[in-house]
Design a protein around this ligand. Structure first.
Ligand SMILES: NC(=O)c1ccc[n+]([C@@H]2O[C@H](COP(=O)([O-])OP(=O)(O)OC[C@H]3O[C@@H](n4cnc5c(N)ncnc54)[C@H](O)[C@@H]3O)[C@@H](O)[C@H]2O)c1
Length: 301
């Protein structure tokens, strides 16, 4: 297939592009940053500026990853978040309609659920976003569905849950903990550490994406690893164990964390049965294995 990956220079994008190239697909990255990898074509573009988006005719699939990320970041930069994550999506979708692109994979987020009414969270649970980021992803999802209804383009929407792996920005908890542990520095936990997360190694997410590109079903899927939910306190201790670090764990009140939030979402664990049944997706990389692979990549860098 000919696949166009927006945001392909980013964390997940790079892993996806490597996998697509390995499978023999022809890959073009569209991003404001250079992908810094071989084997893909690159178009410098900004999704908020439609005139920079190339003609997408001839591409079999578009994977849309380009976004402004993160809850805290979106609270600091709400207008930029809405611009990139809503107008940007609309611009890419317009180009897909013009180019008669057959399939579209949209990366949404667990943030659309906010503080969920129950765990694990199912795809048909209520939206309850608490940030501009969560809101922007809901609107993005809806745009995708509208375009599909009116143009016939087929899609899948992935609500990703706490992805981690080599190359992720250090503002996220997993790379921050691993880096600090490897330097034997204190790991700071925001709040009381009882927040629960289910971390999913990036290669599992990429596997799910490969399945979704091949099989566009006009469906929304939770994508994550629900097999080993962990509190942030336990995660800090696990990272210290796996990296054989002498680091200590310290707790900082949410309001003193500098992240501008009173407290985190408490429990965020996906129910991934729908992706298992319809896509044949199952996360394979356990938490210890993933932390160990991430630590290896930090050692090698
Ligand atoms: N990493 C996670 O845990 C996670 C969780 C939920 C959802 N997601 C979603 O997955 C997608 C990929 O996330 P990631 O972790 O790889 O993020 P990332 O920040 O590493 O990559 C995003 C890429 O988008 C590009 N980009 C940003 N603004 C752009 C613009 N205006 N025009 C063109 N390119 C632009 C950036 O340069 C970057 O290369 C995002 O849509 C994100 O919302 C990620």
């Amino acid at each position: 297939m000919k696949v166009f990956v927006t945001g392909g220079s980013g964390f997940i994008g790079r892993h996806l592009c490597w996998a697509l190239v390995r499978e023999g697909h022809s890959v073009t990255v569209g991003d404001v940053r250079n992908p810094l990898m071989n084997g893909v074509d690159f178009v410098p573009m900004d999704i908020t500026r439609p005139e920079t988006i190339p003609n997408l005719r001839g591409y079999n699939a578009v994977v849309h990853l380009a976004a402004v990320l993160g809850v805290a970041n979106s609270e600091k930069n709400p207008m930029l978040t809405l611009d990139v994550n809503i107008d940007g999506v609309r611009n890419i979708l317009n180009s897909c309609i013009e180019g008669e692109v057959e399939r579209f994979l949209f990366t949404s987020s667990s943030e659309v659920y906010g503080e969920p009414a129950r765990t694990p969270i199912r795809e048909d649970d209520f939206f309850n976003p608490v940030s501009p980021y969560g809101v922007s992803k809901i609107v993005g999802e809806e745009y995708v569905k509208v375009v599909s209804k009116t143009s016939g383009m087929k899609y899948n929407i992935f609500r990703l849950f706490s992805v981690y792996g080599p190359g992720q920005s250090p503002e996220f908890v997993m790379p921050r903990f691993v880096q600090l542990a490897m330097e034997n520095k204190t790991l700071t936990v925001h709040g009381d550490g009882t927040q629960t997360r289910a971390f999913c190694y990036v290669s599992d997410v990429v596997d799910a994406m490969l399945l979704a590109i091949k099989n566009p079903m006009n469906e929304v899927f939770n994508i994550g690893n629900s097999s080993e939910p962990v509190t942030i306190e336990k995660l800090a201790k696990k990272v210290i164990d796996v990296t054989e670090s002498t680091s200590k764990v310290e707790f900082v009140k949410e309001e003193d964390s500098g992240r501008g939030r009173k407290r985190d979402i408490y429990h965020r664990i996906p129910d991934t049965e729908k992706a298992a049944n319809m896509l044949g997706f199952k996360a394979k990389v356990g938490l210890e294995e993933g932390i160990s692979r991430l630590a290896d990549s930090v050692r090698g860098s």
